[in-house]
Design a protein around this ligand. Structure first.
Ligand SMILES: Nc1ncnc2c1ncn2[C@@H]1O[C@H](COP(=O)(O)OP(=O)(O)OP(=O)(O)O)[C@@H](O)[C@H]1O
Ligand SMILES: [Mg+2]
Length: 260
């Protein structure tokens, strides 16, 4: 979908710059994401991927430009936005059950307060079912595999029935098969509910079946478009200001010369 008019955009940034600790992290960031888009956010360490998600959550303020999420300025605790942060290590505390972790998604704002335990249980069960994790809902999180824990974090982000899902490296530590499973699950949920997904990753390959857009950040700059438009030697060389080669082999894409 082209967005001549950003009125129907789920997310729109206009000439945004972010400065943190006196250093410019990103600048001239302008893009729009349509409702229902599945956006892969790529780029090297320190490029500003997590910062971008925090900008959309209202946790970081732009030093310039405007940010709009679902037609308004970002505000903290918006239950229309589900967020799974990076490097989330689940407690190895054996007393904490999988379903408790999912329930934390209701405690982020006042929304969950005042729920009877029956309603809370019902919402947790629905979220667990959505990520195909009902079978280990009562297991201790410390006993679960990385892939199983990742499902719980996605269920936690989904429990308020958000319109936008922000996922920061949900595929890190997962093997190819489990990455593919999580991506298929997210694609399914996103389609069923019409959710807009922004997913940070270091590898485009597991996302190729699902992502219709790529937002690539590097050296403070960005490029957005379809995976085929962005993951090319020409676009990435321009973005990195160095020679980057993209090689395709069958279904796979290899990016050579870029530190991703
Ligand atoms: N509060 C802050 N104050 C100063 N600098 C910050 C702050 N938060 C982040 N930064 C810096 O901003 C840059 C971008 O950080 P960010 O976490 O967004 O990168 P990233 O693309 O998510 O990297 P990674 O792939 O390693 O997760 C980094 O150089 C980081 O050190
Ligand atoms: Mg990050």
């Amino acid at each position: 979908m082209t967005l001549d008019d950003n009125g129907d955009a789920a997310i729109a940034l206009d000439d945004v710059a972010v400065t943190l600790g006196g250093r410019k992290i990103v600048e001239n960031l302008s893009f729009a994401v349509a409702k229902g888009d599945f956006v892969a956010i790529l780029g090297p360490n320190g490029a500003g991927k997590t910062t971008l998600l925090k900008l959309l959550l209202g946790l970081v303020a732009p030093s310039r430009g405007t940010v709009s999420v679902l037609g308004r300025a970002p505000r903290r605790g918006d239950r229309n936005i589900g967020y799974a942060p990076q490097h989330r290590v689940l407690e190895t505390d054996l007393a904490l059950r999988a379903r408790d972790v999912v329930g934390f998604g209701l405690d982020g704002d006042r929304w969950g307060i005042g729920f009877g335990s029956k309603k809370r249980d019902r919402l947790i069960d629905a979220a667990l079912k959505e990520v195909d994790a009902l079978q280990f809902g009562n297991a201790s999180v410390g006993h679960l595999s990385g892939g199983e824990q990742q499902r719980l974090l996605i269920a936690q982000a989904l429990i308020t029935d958000p319109k936008v899902l922000l996922l920061d490296e949900p595929l890190s530590n997962l093997d190819i098969n489990h990455s593919a499973e999580i991506v298929a699950l997210l694609e399914d949920v996103a389609k069923k509910r019409g959710v807009t997904v922004m997913l940070v990753s270091h590898d485009i390959n597991p996302l190729l079946p699902a992502a219709n857009r790529v937002l690539y950040l590097a050296r403070g700059h960005s490029a957005i478009g379809t995976p085929h438009e962005i993951i090319t030697s020409e676009t990435l060389s321009r973005l990195y200001g160095a020679n980057v080669e993209v090689v395709r082999s069958g279904e796979h894409v290899f990016v050579i010369g870029a530190e991703v």
